[in-house]
Write a protein that binds this ligand. Structure first.
Ligand code: 18C
Length: 258
């Protein structure tokens, strides 16, 4: 009970400062909630094909082309022990640690701070032979889902990060670099499993976090389908394994941050 009270105090002390007056806000709010619903839909029904599996991690894709470009939607699920949904989501969102885990990036700039939970990023990605180099310009929003939301079901708590391509006056298109279009969501739920003993505060051994990562990336210009699908198949599993291990290792010696 003492632990729960400390948690309640912490939540009262840090009210979310929402970007409700920013012109992008209605889009950010709508897309984030849509993506949460999309992430929580199962992968049954035959449209999703499993293409990578390692331990608890499973990755599915749907083959899809738009205007002759491969845009294959991806949906990945994973489970990790030892870190919370908040810790996972925070590290996925924070610009401070991006280079620690996203090996596809060459440069990253925060172009705008829409609010304390929403940033605009410009990223230059590594070039993949034989195609032009890519960049990505997107807003990135992190949010805790209210405990009363049905999306929480039997979870202890749920967090989401949603990334979506946007425009920005400080990032005109470069002739040599092709801009991708992306929609990405990263949803995490903490479960206390096994639950702590009666009256005991949870330790990291009680934390089980379920992760769903969905993305659709339109390459924005010519890229051979075979090269693109090979990069996709190699890079997504590498990213999710590396990222989750990074967060677990980094948080291991720190107090739990729900
Ligand atoms: O979600 C991830 N990272 C977030 C924070 O950076 C954010 C970024 C998303 C970027 C999406 C990909 C952008 C294009 C990348 C170009 C290829 C780089 C590969 C480098 C290999 C050395 O949401 C984690 C992202 C993990 C990235 C996996 C790579 C995905 C490839 C998908 C297809 C890319 C289409 C265009 C590439 C054309 C080249 C054939």
């Amino acid at each position: 009970e003492e632990f729960r009270e400390r948690l309640r105090q912490k939540q009262r002390a840090a009210p979310q400062q929402l970007a409700t007056t920013h012109p992008l806000w209605p889009q950010i709010d709508k897309l984030t909630m849509e993506q949460l619903g999309y992430a929580q839909q199962g992968v049954e029904g035959g449209v999703w094909q499993l293409f990578a599996e390692e331990g608890e991690m499973k990755m599915y894709r749907r083959e899809l082309e738009e205007g002759g470009l491969v845009v294959d939607p991806l949906k990945a699920v994973h489970q990790v022990r030892g870190a919370t949904a908040h810790e996972m989501a925070h590290h996925f969102w924070s610009p401070d640690v991006r280079f620690e885990w996203d090996t596809s990036i060459e440069q990253m700039t925060v172009l705008d701070r829409i609010s304390e939970d929403t940033l605009v990023f410009l990223q230059l990605h590594k070039r993949v032979w034989p195609t032009a180099q890519r960049d990505a310009l997107f807003w990135s929003h992190i949010r805790k889902i209210p405990p009363s939301d049905p999306a929480n079901a039997d979870a202890h708590d749920t967090w989401i990060v949603c990334n979506q391509s946007t425009d920005h006056p400080d990032a005109p298109k470069d002739e040599k670099v092709v801009r991708v279009e992306l929609t990405v969501c990263f949803v995490c739920q903490t479960f206390l499993d096994p639950p702590p003993a009666e009256g005991e505060a949870p330790t990291r051994d009680n934390l089980l976090t379920k992760i769903t990562y969905c993305s659709v990336v339109n390459p924005g210009g010519w890229a051979p389908a075979s090269v693109l699908r090979a990069v996709y198949k190699r890079e997504y599993p590498k990213f999710l394994k590396r990222f989750t291990q990074y967060v677990v290792d980094k948080c291991a010696a720190q107090p739990i941050n729900f």
